[in-house]
Write a protein of this length. Structure first.
Length: 655
């Protein structure tokens, strides 16, 4: 069917086409409502284009160009696919995973720089081989088949383009000029690609960055949406017949595989012996020589290409191999089971797989990639596996960079901050750490699943944090153990939310002191601010068991020798028990006061903590039984006197 005949047939059945589009989109309403995340969601575009493509079988059938059997199969296939997709999609719950891998920020910067280099270098090399697509007769000129070097380079560059777009928005969010430079590079190469939809790639990346990294649905102004929606009307009311014809052609162009398939019953003459091997060949095809696999005659065929070649004896642009066509070619009526499986697979990739990754920019790339792969299966049954190859290559690159980064990530000090619903205190601690003139440290934040805005504060400072996580835990000592396990520093310090370093040069002064080689545990006196505003200096002495972790800097290897903090609701002096187990010769008191300690923590309130501390001191022979008896008696007397005073104030002064 040539172009003129097709346009004539389209004009004759224009009412059928628009009625089919309306009916299909009405049936898609549950998908639009439950499965689409805003107007920028790439899945929205895919579903809309699918509705346009699915109008083609209606037009062909009522025009007498498609037989009833094939028409019914396509209808049932699409019904099974979308029903399974919808049911599985709404069954999978969206779960927020706040985990972040350690040293991820350093990795992001290195992968970002590498992505800039790869995209610019390979794209310029492709231009050298094939010319600039915008200025070629066709943007598809000389892109070649699956085995050409240009095709391979384009598949390699694809995932780096995606990550570079995410990295661009990440830098713009951080108010870095580099972000705008990357944006110009992306826009420049996208424009030179000659694709009319080049801006959609950047819009998709913006959506992925917001939905997966920032955990919010991006919103756009209503007039932008209205402009896009009304654009077709300008063409419909155009006086040019050619404009109307071109619009109709583009309207159902997504379903071009269908009118090619019915020409001379081409779809029934395509035979593919190994469906699984055929559908996945774009993934394993480039490596078939390495693995010693010799594919059969139809194993590396593209269904859309084969149909067009049979129908017209030439190939001019390859139509999308939509899933119903593959289902019929592969299995005939058994293809309905194939439809159910693909519906499940697409929903799994779009909804479930993103929940499996942690929260970081690298993980955002994987979430975006699998989301895109799932959506691409709706458009073309081969495309998802083609995109997966690029993701695998990108993953290998990241793994190599991660390995090299881990070999050189040892720092002098790991500062660990424990926080739970203490946004105000966390801000104070963050400012104190950021002000330190000493820079050879990494910063780890363990948040207990705060709901007071602490997580947002952490994200704002993410560029300075080596690792952070926000999840429920078993208490402060469980959180401290988590921080220790993710620390890479030779020394550890716990500066929890609300606590601060005493001065801007505190850490520099500590490590500038003459520290004995035998010293594994450094500690100092502590400054505390009282409720009346007065400053109190607490003199620390390890021989008497007077040490707090905010004013302690000790070697991580001590935990390997003497264990981690005990995690149980009954014990609230786990840090003291750990300190008491360390030999005395390892301790060294520094002159520099390390911390300003915020009163009100778990170990600074109630007599239960005091009682536990006294018992521990006796067990570790830091206090005699006589002293224990005396202090316990004194504690009881103080408690009785306090109750008498409260009673007196209540019943006499109160009246």
């Amino acid at each position: 069917m040539n172009y003129e005949d097709l346009i004539g047939s389209l004009l004759a059945e224009i009412r059928t086409i628009f009625l089919a589009i309306i009916i299909i989109n009405v049936l898609y309403i549950p998908i639009y409502k439950r499965c689409i995340n805003g107007f920028l969601d790439p899945l929205l575009i895919v579903v809309v284009f699918a509705s346009l493509a699915n109008s083609v079988p209606f037009y062909l059938y009522f025009a007498g160009l498609m037989r009833t059997e094939l028409f019914l199969f396509i209808l049932l296939f699409e019904g099974c696919f979308w029903l399974f997709f919808y049911k599985i999609h709404i069954r999978f719950k969206y779960e927020i995973n706040e985990k972040t891998r350690k040293n991820e920020n350093l990795l992001v910067e290195k992968v970002g720089l590498l992505s800039i280099f790869i995209v610019i270098l390979l794209q310029l090399y492709i231009y050298r081989l094939n010319g600039i697509p915008l200025f070629n007769e066709s943007r598809f000129t000389a892109t070649g088949g699956n085995d050409t070097i240009v095709n391979l380079l384009q598949r390699i560059i694809g995932p780096f383009n995606v990550f570079l777009s995410l990295y661009c928005f990440y830098k713009i969010d951080s108010r870095k000029k580099k972000g705008y430079f990357i944006l110009l590079v992306i826009l420049g190469f996208s424009f030179l690609s000659g694709a009319k939809s080049f801006i959609l790639r950047l819009i998709s990346a913006y959506f992925y960055y917001n939905i997966f990294y920032k955990r919010k649905i991006p919103h756009v102004k209503w007039y932008f949406i209205l402009f896009i929606a009304l654009t077709p009307l300008f063409i419909l009311f155009s006086k040019s017949d050619y404009a109307l014809n071109a619009y109709l052609y583009r309207l159902i162009g997504n379903g071009d595989i269908y009118w090619n398939a019915v020409y001379d019953d081409a779809i029934d003459h395509i035979k593919i012996e190994n469906p699984i091997i055929n559908q996945t060949h774009l993934l394993w095809g480039p490596f078939r020589h390495l693995i010693g696999f010799t594919p059969g005659p139809s194993d590396m065929a593209i269904a859309g290409e084969s149909i067009m070649e049979y129908a017209y004896s030439y190939i001019s642009g390859v139509p999308n191999s939509r899933l119903p066509v593959l289902g019929w070619i592969y299995f005939r009526w058994w293809g309905l089971l194939f439809a159910m499986f693909m519906g499940w697979l697409v929903a799994f990739l779009i909804k479930k797989v993103p929940n499996m990754f942690n929260n970081s920019l690298i993980s955002t790339f994987y979430k975006a990639s699998f989301y895109s792969i799932g959506a691409s299966f709706i458009t073309d049954g081969y495309l998802g596996f083609s995109n997966l190859l690029g993701v695998i290559f990108f993953s290998m690159t990241v793994a190599c960079i991660r390995l090299l980064t881990q070999k050189n990530n040892m720092v002098t000090l790991s500062i660990i901050t424990i926080n739970y619903n203490n946004k105000k205190g966390l801000l104070k601690t963050i400012d104190s750490i950021k002000e330190q003139s000493f820079t050879d440290f990494e910063w780890i934040i363990i948040d207990g699943g705060s709901t007071d805005g602490s997580v947002e504060i952490i994200r704002e400072n993410e560029s300075r944090i080596a690792y952070w996580i926000s999840e429920h835990d078993k208490g402060v000592y469980d959180a401290m153990n988590k921080g220790i396990l993710h620390a890479n520093g030779l020394w550890l310090n716990f500066m929890n939310s609300g606590d601060t370093f005493e001065r801007k040069d505190t850490l520099r002064n500590v490590f500038s002191e003459n520290i004995p080689e035998s010293a594994h545990f450094l500690y100092s006196d502590t400054v505390s601010e009282m409720q009346d505003g007065n400053i109190k200096i607490s003199y620390q002495n390890h021989l008497k068991g007077n040490i707090i972790h905010q004013s302690s800097i000790y070697k991580k290897q001590l935990h390997e020798q003497y264990g981690y903090y005990i995690v149980t609701p009954k014990i609230i002096i786990s840090d003291l028990l750990f300190f008491l187990s360390i030999p005395e010769e390892y301790f060294h008191k520094v002159k520099t006061i390390i911390a300003n300690f915020e009163l009100g923590g778990i170990s600074s309130s109630g007599t239960w903590c005091v009682k536990q501390k006294m018992c521990a001191l006796v067990v570790y022979r830091k206090m005699s039984f006589g002293a224990l008896y005396y202090k316990y008696l004194l504690l009881m007397i103080k408690g009785i006197v306090r109750k008498i005073i409260v009673w007196f104030r209540t019943y006499f002064i109160g009246k």
